[in-house]
Ligand binder design. Structure first.
Ligand code: ATP
Ligand code: MG
Length: 544
């Protein structure tokens, strides 16, 4: 978190001042049923940085109490994502490791007359619950004796009933204005094996009971969660109080983060993967942390973006352009600025000798001298971007090459276009130019003003490369349409071109600024003889 205040920071400060809390302990509680996405990053940043700010600690606790949804594969992925973001949990814990203690707490509630075994079906329970305007009705099993409840609950645990035959419910108030307080179910029977405990248990605690008791057992002081839990807080507090927990954690809700043109619901992300519309969870168009990482996003850019969105008690939608801004800010001083041509057309310098390659000095990052300099190849044959040439200058704002006009080649010479050669289809195949040796970059030549500066790559030393260009995967335009129909058909475009031979080995994840274009990262599918780059973000000037 940055230094600006937010309401949670204020609450923590007060708690420390009053002595209510000695050490701040938070937890990040993902369900291991999917990959983390950038929305989760808000919860992660809040949990870790608010604790850090006050010298406290943060646990990673997998919320794995529902055996039907969790998969071990996601556990490792989540740990890796956290580390990639730069956070090391104080402890890595599993909610399911408290099953024993939670079972004892349920017995305590039964003994206190605060929980009962109910034989109503799931549907009946729903009917009996009432509505916002009508109170609920008591279950006919609500007044079972403590002894009977203890026995039935034990039988539940011992597998004597079928799924759905019985549940354990808290005995609170069937006419409570908050529906969550109308005798919520706290245990149900499930014969699904658990990813960590196998068949040991056939009764599983519900979230509303599991979460507060896990927090209390772990000594969490501030249990931060997103806004949809606000109506569950009263129940959270009820369980902590009635179970007589030694540590009393405090639930605080913050608004969820939404980003324009970005789907963050796990259900939809899973649908995209399962329908084959994307390559997988790490498809570079996905808002998952694995997808963003593959695309080339940096932890700092993500964290700075998250910090900039603040923490408030309302859900918010942030423009994707904000995230792009933080990417550019972060990459600007951290990347080499090299030249790549993503849609090439050949240039022949007719007055340059054949068979010679000259090397010109170029700085690697004009804004950061630490990056040093390199040699850029130049010869009779070059590539430039197709869009940097037109037969005729269309208007006075056009600052690129055209017949009869002269431009500066970045780091090299002035060239003038004299002629073009077409292929059989009538497309321009070659642009014939002449160069002026007097105009070498760095020579101080300033007798004429060229019609702009463009980039190039020398043809014989250039490395062939594929460029993945991305647009939003899903468009917000028509939200009434089915998600799979809102997929942007142009979300992944591929272009073939060349990159300067900056280094022998381009490692997966290496990031560059391709001048006049954008920031790119070497994709995981890249090989040194077949380079593949992902566009992370375009330079601001090239945003359409
Ligand atoms: P779903 O996508 O199904 O709603 P979830 O967000 O509840 O899942 P969890 O694994 O339970 O997924 O999330 C862990 C934590 O991350 C929770 O505390 C949740 O509140 C928080 N979180 C998830 N999405 C966002 C978001 N977009 N903004 C802020 N916090 C989020
Ligand atoms: Mg959840």
């Amino acid at each position: 978190m940055d230094n600006t205040s937010n309401f949670i920071k204020t609450i923590i400060e007060k708690d420390l001042e009053s002595g209510k809390v000695k050490e701040v302990v938070t937890r990040f509680p993902p369900e291991p049923n999917a990959y983390l996405h950038i929305g989760h990053a808000r919860a992660i940043v809040a949990d870790f940085e608010l604790a850090q700010m006050f010298g406290g600690r943060t646990n990673l606790r997998f919320d794995d109490t529902n055996p039907e949804k969790e998969e071990a594969e996601f556990v490792d992925a989540i740990i890796e994502d956290l580390r990639w973001l730069g956070y090391e949990p104080h402890n890595i814990l599993f909610g399911s490791d408290y099953f024993e203690e939670q079972y004892e707490l349920a017995i305590k509630l039964i003994k206190k007359g605060l929980a009962y075994v109910d034989d109503l079906t799931q549907e009946e329970i729903r009917e009996y619950r009432g509505t916002l305007t009508e109170p609920g009705k008591n279950s006919p099993y609500r007044d079972r004796s403590v002894e009977e409840n203890l026995e039935l609950f034990e039988n539940m645990k011992n597998g004597m009933y079928k799924e759905g035959e019985k549940v354990l419910r808290a005995k609170i108030d069937m006419s409570h204005p908050n529906l969550n307080m109308r005798d919520p179910v706290i245990y149900r029977i499930l014969y699904t094996p658990h990813h960590r405990h196998g068949n040991k248990w056939c009764i599983y605690p519900m979230y509303d009971f599991a979460h507060p008791t896990q927090d209390a057992i772990e000594g969490i002081t501030h249990s931060l969660c997103s806004l949809e839990y606000v109506n569950h807080r009263i129940l959270y507090d009820w369980f902590v109080e009635k179970c007589e927990m030694e540590h009393v954690p405090q639930q605080i809700e913050f608004g969820r983060l939404n980003i324009t043109n970005t789907i963050m619901s796990k259900r939809y992300l899973r649908m995209l993967v399962e329908s084959g519309k994307v390559e997988g969870y790490d498809d570079p168009r996905m808002p998952t942390l694995v997808g963003l990482r593959r695309r080339g996003f940096t932890p700092d850019a993500i964290k700075n973006f998250i910090r900039s969105t603040g923490l408030a008690r309302i859900n918010s939608t942030v423009d994707y352009a904000m995230l792009e801004h933080f990417l550019r800010e972060d990459l600007k001083l951290k990347t080499n600025r090299i030249m790549a041509v993503i849609d090439p057309v050949k240039v022949i310098i007719t007055n340059y000798p054949e068979g010679i390659v000259e090397y010109l000095e170029a700085n690697n990052n004009p804004e950061n001298e630490d990056f040093g300099t390199r040699k850029v190849a130049f010869s009779r044959e070059l590539y430039i971007e197709r869009e940097d040439f037109m037969l005729e200058k269309p208007n006075k704002h056009y600052k690129r090459l055209a017949l009869g006009l002269e431009v500066r080649l970045y780091h090299a010479y002035f060239i003038k276009a004299n002629d073009v050669v077409y292929d059989e289809d009538g497309n321009i195949k070659e642009i014939h130019c002449t160069y002026d040796p007097e105009t070498k970059s760095g020579s101080g030549f300033n007798a004429r003003k060229p019609n702009g500066t463009i980039h190039f790559v020398e043809a014989t030393t250039a490395r062939p490369a594929t460029f993945n260009l991305f647009e939003p995967l899903i468009l917000d335009e028509d939200e009434s349409k089915d998600l799979l129909e809102r997929i942007n058909p142009n979300s992944w475009q591929i272009s073939s071109g060349y990159v300067e031979n900056f280094k022998e080995n381009f490692e997966v994840g290496d990031k560059f600024q391709f001048v006049r274009n954008g920031y790119y990262a070497v994709d995981k599918t890249s090989k040194n003889d077949k380079l593949v780059f992902n566009r992370i973000v375009a330079l601001k000037s090239s945003v359409k």
